[in-house]
Design a protein around this ligand. Structure first.
Ligand SMILES: Cc1cc2nc3c(=O)[nH]c(=O)nc-3n(C[C@H](O)[C@H](O)[C@H](O)COP(=O)(O)OP(=O)(O)OC[C@H]3O[C@@H](n4cnc5c(N)ncnc54)[C@H](O)[C@@H]3O)c2cc1C
Ligand code: SF4
Ligand code: SF4
Length: 364
């Protein structure tokens, strides 16, 4: 397994980094300046942990999926799943992004002591992401809502390991769930395992941190309270009111690494949660593992979550959106490989061939 220099040349130099944060804080050589990662010194370690956890270095993703989600039937559009539901919290909490499902799953995890700590991503200014570990239900509200700036939240995993945590839960974007799986999949046999319960949040793209300066220049002196992405437009809520920005304008700030991302619905998570686009205030929930199913059932038993059947036409739309992302970004990956970027997926594998076939079939 290669090390830091290969991470620098294959990932950082090619701007494929997803800013998951999994390589940060373990090693004095890798640092971040806001959302830019730098390797500060040449590193001659031959088997780097940074390289082995990174979602943008080569992995057999099919094998990883089968190892961690062995029970659910595979699906080419949205990954392995048992069921999809329309879900929302029975009682909303302050600042929740959509239906508050994630916050109430986390509450259930904490109250039922399923893990020792949970990784959440809050913010002090409602813009800049601030990841933290907690076991306190009172902290859940501090993380409610989406920070659309990419957050290197997985840098906190080292803190959990230093504290000898054996069971943790992670709320993360699809790239972060990929890194969590790789962390275990490529774990050295002499390293203790850590059991992880993963809640993945849907993600089409995230924003570079220069978006903060853009907001400051657009709405000088206004305090940002939250952001939303409805069907069209991008809403910025401030202490002076609501502003709608054209989506195309906002997308100019997309992290370049998101252009190589094939996962919209957190396909390696135990349970995945996104917005239910057809009706405001609800979530789409995808169950992928038995652990994920048990967690949802426990949250329902507590009366925290209301679950309804998922409309068939919405499932078709969801699968189409997910497949569209895969298809677009497979083209970007192919173009990068053609430019000489080292492959981080096997484009000739059945999984990617099948994505192309299904995508082409939908276009015809
Ligand atoms: C960058 C980004 C892009 C997204 N894109 C889509 C999309 O295209 N389609 C879609 O359906 N949904 C998308 N989502 C998910 C959506 O915004 C909600 O997070 C999801 O619907 C859960 O809603 P909720 O009310 O249950 O969340 P809440 O109960 O409000 O909980 C939100 C949780 O998100 C976590 N979080 C917040 N910001 C981040 C971050 N930057 N990185 C990691 N974790 C974070 C917090 O820890 C918190 O626990 C995106 C989220 C993010 C952060
Ligand atoms: S994708 Fe994650 S692990 Fe890879 S270089 Fe970026 S922050 Fe580090
Ligand atoms: S689009 Fe992919 S790489 Fe970018 S933040 Fe979302 S999950 Fe990560």
């Amino acid at each position: 397994m290669p090390g830091g220099m290969q991470l620098k040349y294959e990932v950082l130099a090619n701007s494929t980094c997803a800013l998951c944060g999994a390589c940060l804080d373990w090693c004095p050589y890798i640092a971040n300046i806001e959302d830019h990662l730098v390797l500060r010194f040449d590193c001659n370690v031959e088997h780097g942990r940074c390289y082995s956890v990174c979602p943008r270095t080569f992995a057999d993703w099919q094998a990883i999926s089968e190892k961690y989600l062995p029970d659910a039937p595979q699906n080419v559009e949205i990954g392995p799943y048992f069921d999809v539901y329309k879900v929302k919290a029975a009682q909303s909490i302050n600042g929740q992004q959509d239906g508050g499902t994630v916050s109430h799953l986390v509450k259930t995890i904490m109250e039922n002591e399923l893990v020792q700590t949970v990784l959440l991503t809050g913010s002090n200014d409602n813009i800049t992401p601030l990841p933290f570990l907690t076991a306190e239900a009172a902290d859940i509200e501090k993380a409610a809502g989406s920070r659309f700036l990419a957050s290197p939240s997985l840098r906190k995993v080292i803190e959990a390991q230093e504290n000898k945590v054996e069971k943790m839960a992670v709320v993360g974007r699809p790239c972060q769930i990929q890194a969590m799986r790789k962390l275990d999949y490529n774990r050295r046999p002499d390293k203790p395992p850590m059991e992880v319960l993963t809640i993945g949040i849907f993600c089409m793209w995230s924003l570079g941190w220069e978006f903060k300066d853009y907001l400051e220049s657009k709405f000088p002196g206004e305090k940002v309270l939250g952001m939303e992405i409805p069907q069209d437009g991008f809403i910025v809520k401030t202490d002076k009111g609501e502003h709608v920005l054209p989506l195309e304008e906002v997308k100019k700030f997309n992290k370049p690494g998101c252009g190589y991302c094939l996962d919209m619905t957190a396909e390696l998570a135990d349970i995945s949660v996104g917005a239910f686009e057809a009706e405001k205030g609800w979530n789409t929930v995808i169950l992928r593992s038995l652990k994920g199913r048990e967690l949802l059932e426990q949250a329902q038993e507590k009366g925290y979550l209301i679950c309804e059947p998922f409309p068939e036409d919405e499932l078709v739309r969801l699968k189409g959106a997910s497949l569209g992302k895969k298809s677009r970004n497979l083209d970007n990956i192919q173009a990068a490989f053609d430019r000489g970027v080292k492959p981080f997926i096997d484009l000739e594998s059945d999984m990617y061939k099948q994505i192309r076939e299904v995508a082409e079939g939908m276009v015809k």
